[in-house]
Design a protein around this ligand. Structure first.
Ligand code: CP
Length: 366
């Protein structure tokens, strides 16, 4: 147990300490950053997601899934706007029979009276079995986890987006989508992935880059405005894990030179809301990416038809609708996969993932 929050955070940087701090009985307990997932953890989560998806197709399978977390209560504590993440965590809990409560406006809670994170989450642990949380502060979820790890009633904390830093459940659904799509093409290993956008402030882009480091020799081509290029800590981590990277300031140039070798393009929007300090709500007069960071329809001939096109959503102008009939357009599949992988995450956290995979295997669904 870490005595101070600073030592808890420092421990998260160390592979060994991280396991002690964030796991219980070999299972994820606090889900905070992509780096906490090893390759075997990712494979297991993806298999569980597939098992849940296939069991859910039949009445008996749905009844079985709903019995897994019956009686469990999940708190969705969202201090920033969300459509997909909040709703898919609720749908995921529902698939496994857990009930949920959503708090989307922290002004209606005692945070508004100055309550500390520590007191708030310890209070919530009296009524709930897990907390899913999104907050503009990079450290909110980690601080909640640290406070609960020192309490007499620790419950799991799952980050649903931490400031500008990480969006771990998004990266898990993105990897699930990549793994599924590359199943007949050797999997995610060795693939060339372009990540476009505001990498410095886009938590989905950063979490995906960290998670790609768990695969064999991928190559990541970042395309971002100079001011929002990937930070040194991320680049050092990727280098240490033998991920080859290139940094680019023009998408057109990259695709003209190397478009035929690209396996997936992950487009993200500029995170202009942070410029205004307005807590996740972009200013309507200031939305949209500059031309160099827009995947323009005229680039189509530069790409292979099997190149995957992905976006965490919401999008503004950076991935125009003209791409929707491209065979590699995966965006709506990503959204759906978010529910399956989040259900798998709940199953892993509460320790029923093995039972789900075994059931699916017995029915020859895996
Ligand atoms: N991808 C994502 O996090 O979407 P929301 O902000 O709508 O949850």
């Amino acid at each position: 147990m870490a005595n101070s929050f600073e030592s808890f955070k420092a421990g998260m940087d160390s592979r060994e300490e991280r396991r002690t701090l964030l796991q219980r009985d070999g299972k994820p307990f606090f889900v905070l950053i992509s780096q906490q997932f090893m390759r075997a953890d990712i494979e297991s989560l993806c298999d569980t997601a597939t098992a849940i998806r296939r069991l859910d197709r039949h009445v008996e399978g749905r009844d079985f899934l709903r019995s897994m977390l019956r009686g469990h209560r999940i708190m969705n504590l969202f201090a920033q706007p969300s459509t997909r993440t909040a709703e898919s965590f609720i749908a995921a809990a529902d698939k496994l029979g857990a009930s949920t409560r959503q708090v989307s406006d922290l002004r209606t809670s005692s945070f508004a009276k100055g309550e500390s994170v520590e007191d708030a989450v310890r209070t919530l642990s009296s009524f709930f079995d897990a907390i899913v949380t999104r907050h503009q502060d990079d450290d909110f979820a980690a601080r909640a986890a640290w406070a609960l790890s020192r309490s007499g009633r620790p419950i799991p904390v799952i980050s649903a987006g931490s400031g500008k830093s990480q969006h771990v459940s998004q990266s898990l659904l993105d990897i699930y989508t990549l793994r599924y799509s590359f199943a007949e093409r050797g999997g995610v290993d060795g693939k060339d992935v372009v990540i476009i956008g505001d990498v410095a402030r886009n938590r989905a882009a950063r979490s995906l880059a960290y998670l790609l480091a768990r695969f064999e020799r991928p190559r990541i081509h970042f395309v971002s405005p100079d001011a929002f290029a990937p930070d040194d800590a991320l680049l050092r981590y990727l280098d240490r894990h033998e991920v080859r990277t290139t940094i680019n300031s023009s998408l057109a140039t990259l695709l003209k030179d190397q478009g035929g070798g690209i396996d997936a393009i992950y487009v993200t929007r500029l995170q202009q809301e942070w410029d205004r300090g307005n807590n996740g709500i972009p200013d309507a007069t200031d939305r949209g990416s500059a031309d160099e960071f827009v995947l323009k329809p005229e680039y189509r001939s530069l790409l292979r038809p099997d190149c995957l096109l992905m976006h965490p959503l919401p999008r503004v102008n950076e991935l125009p609708e003209e791409w929707e009939d491209h065979p590699g357009f995966m965006v709506w599949r990503q959204v759906r996969n978010g529910m399956w992988i989040r259900a798998a995450l709940f199953a892993a956290v509460f320790g029923c993932d093995g039972e789900i995979r075994n059931r699916a295997a017995r029915l020859r669904l895996l």
